[in-house]
Design a protein around this ligand. Structure first.
Ligand code: LMR
Length: 332
């Protein structure tokens, strides 16, 4: 009730202010939870630059990184309320809105980021951009980050090494099942809370990309990182569908072009930024990076893959099959 009264008050205030500010640019807020020096951080900055260049005087894009404006818990609600216009949550964070996007969380589903890209660009992936329309959200684009690595304060070379440890996870039931399959304990935590949780030992380990492990300094409080590549962290740029569909055509067209350009930049820099982050962690000597032998990797696959069967009904076999096929084919 308080919220709706506030919303009405805001609309009224805007309506009153409109004539005086007819010439001012539309202020568009882009909120995200990672650092600027990551694939998502760079793409958001690029989106701002191109949108403001294509729509001079018409839009002003404000980018808020590092959960400064909204963190994991609040960002979808903020889009729904119109408090922010663009967000790009990790694909693991749509669990509450649709189970279908959870396909991306299945462990050892994609061989690499190229396969993820083929799936996203194919019919099934493109369909997922619209899978939350009935809830009022529209996906404009996928942005890459990269493959996930496992970390803790002990070497994680075989699944038994994870037994009994507590791992921070994103808010995804599949990720919870993945760690339960290892006899480990999953703990859902917002991204902004992970460093401290690792530092004080509320959790023992976590899974993330090299760029996140580096930019959030997780490696400083984790002695061991295993290059497991067992899953993916990618994003969907999401807007309020009603707001987007109601935009003046010239503004929507300019923002669409800016989004396409920013997506290109994201996809070009993602691999490089993750590689650089890995090299910097290695050079720091603070945490040790472990590689898996083919035999050890087989053990992780065997331990985690039973999770697929548990979620097949909720996700849909067709989607899982399309994702698996993207490992093989160039186009779909
Ligand atoms: C996480 O919560 O671990 C990350 O996915 C955050 C992000 O947006 O990369």
């Amino acid at each position: 009730m308080r919220k709706s009264l506030f919303a009405v008050a805001s609309i009224v205030a805007l309506a009153v202010a409109a004539p005086a500010s007819a010439q001012s640019p539309m202020v568009l807020k882009f909120s995200h939870v990672v650092a600027d020096n990551t694939p998502k951080g760079q793409a958001a900055i690029k989106f701002k630059e191109i949108a403001e260049k294509l729509l001079p005087g018409k839009v002003k894009v404000e980018v808020y990184p590092n959960s400064q404006l909204f963190g994991d818990a609040k960002e979808m609600e903020a889009v729904a309320l119109g408090d922010v216009q663009f967000i790009a949550p990790s694909l693991s964070k749509f669990d509450k809105f649709t189970k279908k996007i959870q396909v991306f969380d299945l462990p050892f589903l994609f061989n690499d980021l190229a396969a993820v890209d083929r799936f996203q660009e194919g019919k099934a992936g493109q369909g997922l951009l619209k899978s939350m329309e009935s809830k009022g959200f529209l996906g404009l684009a996928y942005w890459h980050n990269g493959m996930k690595q496992l970390s803790a304060n002990k070497p994680l070379l075989v699944p038994a090494d994870a037994k009994g440890l507590k791992f921070r996870i994103q808010a995804s039931d599949i990720l919870a099942a993945q760690f339960q399959a290892l006899d480990a304990t999953p703990q859902k935590l917002a991204f902004s809370e992970v460093y401290q949780a690792l530092q004080v030992g509320t959790v023992d380990g976590q899974e993330n990309t090299w760029s996140n492990i580096f930019s959030q300094k997780f490696y400083e409080v984790q002695k061991n990182i295993t290059e497991s590549n067992h899953g993916v962290i990618d994003y969907m740029v999401v807007v309020n569908a009603k707001w987007w569909n109601g935009l003046p055509k010239d503004i929507q067209a300019g923002l669409t072009t800016a989004m396409a350009e920013a997506t290109k930049v994201n996809n070009d820099v993602a691999g490089k930024l993750n590689e650089e982050a890995k090299n910097k962690i290695e050079a720091s000597g603070v945490s040790k990076i472990e590689q898996l032998t083919p035999e050890q990797r087989k053990q992780w696959v065997a331990a985690m893959k039973p999770v697929w069967a548990k979620f097949e009904g909720a996700i849909g076999k067709d989607l899982i099959d399309a994702a698996v096929a993207s490992n093989e084919t160039k186009t779909k």
